[in-house]
Write a protein that binds this ligand. Structure first.
Ligand SMILES: NC(=O)c1ccc[n+]([C@@H]2O[C@H](COP(=O)([O-])OP(=O)(O)OC[C@H]3O[C@@H](n4cnc5c(N)ncnc54)[C@H](O)[C@@H]3O)[C@@H](O)[C@H]2O)c1
Length: 251
C-alpha cells in the first residue's frame, strides 16, 4: 500500500521539520528522493538514502536546475513536494508590504514556478503536493502576512489541478495546523503545543510524521482519483470546538 518503488521524487525544504520527516518516509516507501533546500543537509540526506542539492526555491533557475538533476539522476520526475517556506509572526496593525512580499516570493511564487517546471518534465503524468497551511484558509492572529502566501498556494493548487489533470498530473495541497517543528518551536515555544491539547479535538499538537503520512498518500498511485484538494491535517482544529473545550471556556 502506498508503494513508491522506482518513483523519482523532489522535495523542497527537507533539511528539517515536516520536509525531513516526509523525505525519510517517501524513501522508506521505495522512492528515489532528491532534496532541495537553502540549509545544507547533505550528510543527513545521505544517511536517509536521499540526495541533497543546495537550492533557493525563490530563484526560478535554481528550482529548474533541481528538477533537471532529478531527471538526470533518475531518468524521470514523478512527484514534486513543494514544502519549503519562510515564516514569521506579525500583527496586521504592523503589516509590512516588503516583508509580506518576501513571504509571497519564497512561499507562493516558488510553488507557481515549481509546478510549471515540474509539469514540463512529468512526461508520464505525476503528482504534485503543495504544503500550505491552516492559516491560508482561516483567520490566524499574527499570521496574516504568511497566511496570504499560503492562501495563494491553495488557490494555485486548484487551478493547476484543472489545467494539469488532462496531462495525468494530480495536484493537491496539505494544510497543517500546529506541528512541532524547529520553525514552530522557535516562534511559539511550547504555547501552541499546550493550546492544541485543548483546541484540537484529537487533543495534541501535530508531529512532522502526521503531515508526512498525508503527503505520502497523496503522492502515491493509491490517491489516483484525488486532485485539486486541500487536506487539513490539524487534529480537527479547523472544524470546530468540542463540547469539552466549550465547557472549559464557560466554567
Ligand atoms: N510547523 C507548523 O506548525 C506548520 C503549520 C502550517 C504549515 N507549515 C508548513 O509546513 C512546511 C514545513 O515547515 P516546518 O514547520 O517543517 O519548517 P522548518 O523550518 O523546519 O522547515 C522549512 C524548511 O524550508 C527551508 N527553506 C526556507 N526558505 C527556503 C528557500 N528559499 N529555498 C529552499 N528552502 C527553504 C528551510 O531551510 C527549512 O529546512 C512549510 O511550508 C510551512 O509553512 C508548518
Amino acid at each position: 500500500m502506498f508503494d513508491l518503488t522506482g518513483k523519482s521524487i523532489v522535495i523542497t525544504g527537507a533539511a528539517s521539520g515536516i520536509g525531513a520527516a516526509t523525505a525519510q518516509r517517501l524513501r522508506k516507501a521505495g522512492a528515489q528522493v532528491l532534496i532541495g533546500d537553502i540549509t545544507d543537509c547533505a550528510e543527513s540526506a545521505a544517511q536517509w538514502g536521499c540526495t541533497f542539492r543546495h537550492t533557493d526555491v525563490s530563484d526560478a533557475d535554481q528550482f529548474a536546475a533541481l528538477l533537471d538533476e532529478a531527471m538526470e539522476r533518475h531518468g524521470r520526475l514523478d512527484v514534486l513536494v513543494n514544502n519549503a517556506a519562510s515564516a514569521g509572526v506579525h500583527d496586521m496593525a504592523e503589516a509590512d508590504a516588503e516583508r509580506a512580499a518576501r513571504y509571497y516570493r519564497i512561499n507562493a511564487l516558488s510553488v507557481l514556478v515549481g509546478m510549471r517546471e515540474a509539469a514540463r518534465r512529468m512526461e508520464r503524468g505525476g503528482a504534485i503536493v503543495n504544503v500550505a497551511s491552516l492559516s491560508g484558509a482561516r483567520g490566524t492572529p499574527g499570521w496574516g502576512e504568511y497566511g496570504m502566501s499560503k492562501a495563494a498556494i491553495i488557490s494555485a493548487t486548484q487551478t493547476a489541478a484543472l489545467e494539469f489533470g488532462p496531462l495525468g498530473i494530480r495536484v493537491n495541497a496539505v494544510s497543517p495546523g500546529g506541528v512541532a517543528t524547529p520553525l514552530s518551536i522557535a516562534i511559539n515555544g511550547d504555547a501552541l503545543s499546550r493550546a492544541l491539547e485543548v483546541l484540537a479535538p484529537l487533543g495534541r499538537e501535530g508531529q512532522p510524521e502526521d503531515i508526512a503520512a498525508a503527503v505520502h498518500f497523496l503522492a502515491s498511485d493509491d490517491a489516483g482519483y484525488v486532485t485539486g484538494q486541500n487536506w487539513f491535517v490539524d487534529g480537527g482544529w479547523s472544524v470546530g470546538t468540542t463540547v469539552q473545550t466549550l465547557g472549559r471556556i464557560l466554567a
